[in-house]
Ligand binder design. Structure first.
Ligand SMILES: Cc1cc2nc3c(=O)[nH]c(=O)nc-3n(C[C@H](O)[C@H](O)[C@H](O)COP(=O)(O)OP(=O)(O)OC[C@H]3O[C@@H](n4cnc5c(N)ncnc54)[C@H](O)[C@@H]3O)c2cc1C
Length: 447
């Protein structure tokens, strides 16, 4: 029996394993998924998690519940030695151990790209993981509670100021959703007004949302500004030391929340700890059929897909174009990879991955959205409904779709849940201090 090891159970890895479970005959191969997280993250819902419109647990698709015939190993792959057909797995506890395989599938995704900007690593947060989205939501909710008892002044202003750096898909969606949340919160906080909140979107290029064409991109800027957001185009964040944001335009302000959403960088394990052939940007080099390829041709028994792979885009008229790193491709590449792997096991020829773009749909906050397919552009409420409709159908498994839908339906009648649970990061504090603030007890660490 062949051993297939899948590195990473995110979009591409989850769909590869799921499809393999359906396609493989009994005794044909054993599939193992290795991932430090016990779930696949449905990242397109993270902006709605920041606004409390989707429950955090519902974007985490449990690998154990849904991959019943796959062996799961909880740990990070820290080295891929393809020549020896062995990966090293580093678990949370205990010593690293080797896992042997016959065939490897590399689907470890990408990480958030960072720049050496003073204060960035200390002050900013990303928006690629569930815990980051939850922390952003709780930060905003807690900030409103804290600001409501402060007199107008710099401390209150900082609490109510948020900065998103990066005007791509996730930056614009996160900005739009949290702006909508903050605006809606004002109804529950009579102590605060729109003039007190300050939301900034900072983008180095002269436009946002590169996935849509120029005019719809400009419409999104105008739309966000009409709702009170500040969009800074052709602007870079030069410093974030102590939460003081310094922009390349000379503008400076204190920001209680800085969300860094400035694109993807290569997965460090893929980039530095493997003998598989890579591109200059640290992605695994693959052919259109998703088999890994080096200078000397196909690398036997190695496949890759998703954000960590440089997949030729056969649907693009541009020669040499690669598929863009998004879920639309990762899902379909995962499914194609599984079919090709099964074909290869049975001595059949694998088929090329070809996918024609289905268009772009983005949420800009509750009730606001944008959709574009070629020259068709839909904005506002209908686009937002399309966004919700598309993603509730796209989130894997009926059980997830049902849970997400129930939360949306209950919100129509009961509104948003706006209590901050920021205190869950210190679960022992109430037990240790009896609820008395640190300033009174003198406690420094109650966790
Ligand atoms: C906020 C946000 C919104 C988005 N919205 C959209 C959208 O609306 N539409 C769209 O098409 N795309 C969207 N995307 C992009 C899309 O989510 C990604 O392109 C997609 O998740 C890529 O899939 P992947 O399988 O390559 O990587 P991932 O889904 O990131 O999965 C990688 C997996 O590998 C695991 N892993 C990492 N390193 C290791 C290691 N060393 N060992 C073992 N496992 C490892 C990780 O834990 C993870 O489970 C969005 C992304 C974000 C962040």
């Amino acid at each position: 029996m062949k051993d297939i090891v899948i590195v990473g159970g995110g979009y591409a890895g989850f769909y590869t394993a799921w499809k393999l479970e359906k396609k493989l005959r009994r005794g044909e191969a054993r599939v193992t998924v290795i991932d430090p997280r016990p779930y696949m993250t449905y990242q397109p819902f993270l902006p709605e998690v920041t606004a409390g419109s989707v429950e955090a647990r519902h974007v985490a698709v449990s690998l154990r519940s849904h991959l019943r015939r796959t062996r799961l190993i909880a740990g990070a792959v820290t080295n891929i030695d393809h020549a020896a057909r062995t990966v090293t797995v580093t678990p949370k506890d205990g010593e690293p151990f080797p896992v042997r395989y016959d065939t490897i599938v590399v689907t470890a995704g990408a990480v958030t790209r960072k720049f050496p900007i003073p204060g960035l690593v200390d002050e900013a947060i990303g928006m690629k993981q569930v815990e980051e989205a939850v922390a952003i939501r709780d930060h905003i909710l807690t900030a409103f509670d804290r600001a409501s008892v402060l007199p107008p002044g710099p401390e209150r202003q900082k609490l109510l100021t948020a900065t998103f750096v990066g005007g791509g898909f996730s930056g614009v969606e996160g900005f739009g959703e949290t702006l909508a949340l903050a605006t809606a919160l004002l109804k529950s906080y009579p102590e605060l007004s729109m003039a007190d909140i300050s939301f900034h979107l900072v983008e180095a290029q002269g436009r946002i949302l590169p996935e849509v064409t120029d005019e719809p991109g400009k419409w999104v800027v105008r739309h966000l500004e009409r709702r009170g957001g500040h969009v800074h185009l052709n602007t870079q964040m030069l410093s974030a030391v102590g939460g003081r944001v310094v922009l390349s335009t000379g503008e400076e302000y204190d920001s209680g929340l800085i969300v860094w959403v400035a694109g993807n960088a290569a997965n460090p394990v893929v980039e530095r700890h493997t003998d598989l052939p890579l591109t200059a940007r640290g992605s695994v080099r693959v052919r259109a059929d998703l088999r890994v390829e080096g200078d000397d041709g196909i690398v036997p028994d190695a496949w890759a897909a998703g954000d960590d792979a440089a997949v030729p885009d056969l649907a693009s008229p541009k020669p040499g174009a690669l598929t863009v790193p998004n879920a639309q491709h990762a899902v379909r590449q995962g499914k194609r990879l599984a079919k090709n792997l099964v074909a290869a096991l049975r001595g059949e020829a694998p088929r090329d991955y070809v996918h024609h773009n289905l268009g772009v749909v983005a949420t800009l906050g509750l009730g606001h959205g944008i959709f574009q397919y070629k020259r068709i552009v839909i904005t506002g409420f209908p686009a937002w409904v399309m966004h919700r409709g598309y993603h509730v159908l796209a989130v894997p498994t009926w059980e997830r779709k049902f849970r997400v839908l129930l939360v949306w339906i209950s919100a129509v009648f009961a509104g948003r849940d706006i209590a901050s649970l920021g205190s869950i990061t210190e679960p022992r504090r109430a037990f240790v201090t009896g609820g008395v603030p640190d300033t009174v007890t003198g406690a420094t660490d109650a966790r």
